[in-house]
Design a binder for this molecule. Sequence first.
Ligand SMILES: Nc1ncnc2c1ncn2[C@@H]1O[C@H](COP(=O)(O)OP(=O)(O)OP(=O)(O)O)[C@@H](O)[C@H]1O
Ligand SMILES: [Mg+2]
Length: 370
Amino acid sequence: MRSLEERIKVGDLDLIIRQEFEKRGINPKNSKFKFHYGIWSNEKNVMIIEDGHYVYDGFDNKPPVPTYNTSSLYNPDNSVPVFHNAKVPPGELRVYFPNRTNIILSSLWKNATGTALFAAIILSCFAYTLTVIFRQKKLSEMKTDFINNMTHEFKTPIATISLASDSIVSPMILSNPEKVQRFANIIKQENKRMNSQVEKVLQMALLDKRDFSLKLTELNLHEIIQAAVENISLRVEKRDGVVKTILNASRPSIEGDLTHVANVINNLLDNADKYSPDKPEITVITRNISNGVEVTVQDNGIGISKEARKQIFDKFYRVPTGNLHDVKGFGLGLSYVKAMMTAHKGSVEVKSEPGKGSSFVLTFPFQVEA
Ligand SMILES: Nc1ncnc2c1ncn2[C@@H]1O[C@H](COP(=O)(O)OP(=O)(O)OP(=O)(O)O)[C@@H](O)[C@H]1O
Ligand SMILES: [Mg+2]
């Protein structure tokens, strides 16, 4: 029987192995793909062929003289018997892949990154959906509150007007011009109140659509403040409060829209009064800053917690009032202020501590257009 090394031609072996790799979709010429192979002789207990070289000259039974040794083939990744039809296979073909772990890891790595990326995308979609749902839920709650509030706000003047008009038409009153005058005044007052409320809601809707335009003119902030203060003073003084002004700005004129700027100041004064349950002490301070005027509206009211401070400029947001249920509002005032200050290229900030009062700081640039 011919010996193993006689039966195997190294050139053919190399070719067959490479062909087998190709059949399995592996390109043996790929520089990343490294492999060694060899033939182990069971009879001599040595490798006789390694990587296309005879490494053992077995013809004359000399001791093995390895000329080429990858040694790792003694510990192969795969081995199959050669000439396995024989009763006792004379040897085995051994294959060793030195960077097998790397190759497996790198192919796994691609899969793992893909999976992780996919999971991350799914998770972030889920998180996004959750936040949207929660935001919508909060918004819908606020809108319900708003509608309740609005109904309430409208019901009072409607009831008053209805009562007053009923009274006017009663013959007893009709004959008394003074009383008619009084009831007519009440109707007018209530009508004005409703009108201003509708105006507020409409203004907000307008802001939402962003199709409002500012009628910019030169404004004297001190004049606007004085008019607004005069307006609110009556209400505040009725409750034994005071409204003070410290108008320090030497250059109080700015570019702005008169109606909107006046509304902004009125809104802040209105809040300062509404949210000061005891005798209100309201101070309006102005000063010049580098490129404009800063207006501070300060009160000694209930103050605003840190949590609420983050949300008071959101539309419809009202601090859960607790025992202050009689204070009415739509939760629109400050969102309007914020929108207007942005439109005027200015800003609004709040400093407040619960129980210690609040300060709203407005900054108006001299020029709206740069
Ligand atoms: N000066 C203040 N002191 C304490 N809390 C305030 C003050 N100003 C605003 N807040 C709180 O911020 C919330 C939002 O104010 P905002 O002016 O937007 O709405 P409102 O006063 O409730 O209603 P609206 O102004 O639309 O009639 C108020 O409900 C109130 O809880
Ligand atoms: Mg308000």
